[in-house]
Design a protein around this ligand. Structure first.
Ligand SMILES: NC(=O)c1ccc[n+]([C@@H]2O[C@H](COP(=O)([O-])OP(=O)(O)OC[C@H]3O[C@@H](n4cnc5c(N)ncnc54)[C@H](O)[C@@H]3O)[C@@H](O)[C@H]2O)c1
Length: 272
C-alpha cells in the first residue's frame, strides 16, 4: 500500500481459500496489508466480495473468486485465474472448511460415509487439489510457500467430531509430504493448528457456559482471534521462515500445554 513501509509480502501473489470468513478473511486482509496481491477464494460469493471490499478500502489489491475447493475443475480454474491475474501463485493459504457437516459428524459406529466424504472433500482434499495445481507454477517460478489449516483437534479429540479430526490430522501428513517432496526445489509447506479462535464459523457453536469452559482451559487472558492465526501464517509464508518446512505451528493460547487435571485442581483449591 502507498506511503507505508515495504511489506513482508511485497511483490508476492497470494491465493487464500476460505477467505470469505474468519481466519481466511483475516489472513487475506493481513497479507494485502503486507503488500501481497490476493485472490480471495470462497464458495460464498458474498463473503469473498466483502473481504475484497475491505482490502480495497485500505488501498490493497485483491480479486474475488468463487470456487468449491473439493471440485478439481473449479480449483484448476481458480489457480489459472490467480496466475492470469497476478502473474504467479507464490503463496497458497488453505482455510476452507465445511462447517455444514458438523452436526452430522457422528461417533464412528453411527457414521455416514457421505458425511466423511463431504468433510474430507473440503478440509483435506481442498488442500490436496490446490497444491496439485499451484505447485507446478511454484516450481517453475523457483519456489513458493504453502500454509494449510489443521486444528488442535487433530491430536486432542473432541467427542463426536471424528471426520473433522481425521481431516485435520490428514492435513499434517499431507503438508509434511509436500515439504519433503518439493522442499529442495524451494517450495515450503507448513501448518497452522488453531485452538479456540472465535470466528463466524465457531461463535455460534459454543454456548456462553461452553465459552467460559474454553477460557478456563487456555493459558492466556482471552480466547483467540482470527488475527492471531493470520499473524502466525504471515510468519510462515514470509521469507523470514525460509528454513522452516513441514512444521506445525500451534496457535492455541497454551491450551495444549494444560495438564488435563489443572482446572479441577484449581477448583478444589478455591473450594478450600
Ligand atoms: N476457529 C477456530 O477455532 C478453528 C480452530 C481450529 C482450526 N480451525 C480451522 O481454521 C480454518 C478457518 O476457520 P474459521 O473458523 O475461520 O472458519 P469459517 O467457518 O469462519 O470460514 C470457513 C470458510 O470456508 C468456506 N468454505 C466452506 N466450504 C468451502 C468450499 N467447499 N470451498 C471453498 N470455501 C469453502 C466458507 O464459506 C467460509 O467462508 C478452518 O480450516 C478450520 O477448520 C479453526
Amino acid at each position: 500500500m502507498t506511503g507505508m513501509r515495504p511489506g513482508r509480502l511485497t511483490g508476492k501473489s497470494a491465493l487464500v481459500t476460505g477467505a470469505g470468513s474468519g481466519i481466511g478473511a483475516a489472513t487475506a486482509e493481513l497479507f494485502a496489508r503486507e503488500g501481497a496481491r490476493v485472490v480471495v477464494a470462497d464458495v460464498d460469493k458474498a463473503g469473498a466480495a466483502a473481504t475484497v471490499d475491505r482490502i480495497r478500502d485500505e488501498g490493497g489489491v485483491a480479486e474475488p473468486f468463487v470456487a468449491d475447493v473439493s471440485d478439481e475443475s473449479e480449483v484448476e480454474e481458480l489457480v489459472a485465474f490467480t496466475v492470469r491475474t497476478f502473474g504467479s501463485v507464490d503463496v497458497l493459504q488453505n482455510y476452507a472448511s465445511n462447517r455444514g457437516v458438523v452436526p452430522e459428524d457422528r461417533p464412528v459406529a453411527d457414521s455416514d460415509p457421505s458425511v466423511w466424504a463431504r468433510q474430507l472433500g473440503v478440509d483435506l482434499m481442498g488442500c490436496v487439489l490446490t497444491a496439485k495445481h499451484a505447485v507446478p507454477h511454484m516450481l517453475r517460478a523457483g519456489g513458493g510457500s504453502i500454509v494449510n489449516a489443521s486444528s488442535l483437534v487433530a491430536w486432542l479429540s473432541l467427542e463426536a467430531r471424528p471426520a473433522y479430526a481425521t481431516a485435520k490430522a490428514g492435513v499434517i501428513g499431507l503438508s509434511r509430504s509436500i515439504a519433503v517432496e518439493y522442499g529442495r526445489q524451494g517450495v515450503r509447506c507448513n501448518v497452522v493448528a488453531p485452538g479456540p479462535i472465535i470466528s463466524p464459523g465457531t461463535e455460534a457453536m459454543y454456548s456462553a457456559a461452553q465459552t467460559e469452559v474454553l477460557v478456563e482451559h487456555v493459558a492466556a487472558p482471552r480466547l483467540g482471534r482470527p488475527d492471531d492465526v493470520a499473524l502466525a501464517a504471515l510468519f510462515l509464508a514470509s521469507p523470514e521462515a525460509a528454513f522452516i518446512n513441514g512444521q506445525v505451528l500451534v496457535v492455541d493460547g497454551g491450551m495444549s500445554a494444560y495438564a488435563p487435571m489443572v482446572p479441577s485442581f484449581r477448583r478444589l483449591a478455591e473450594e478450600g
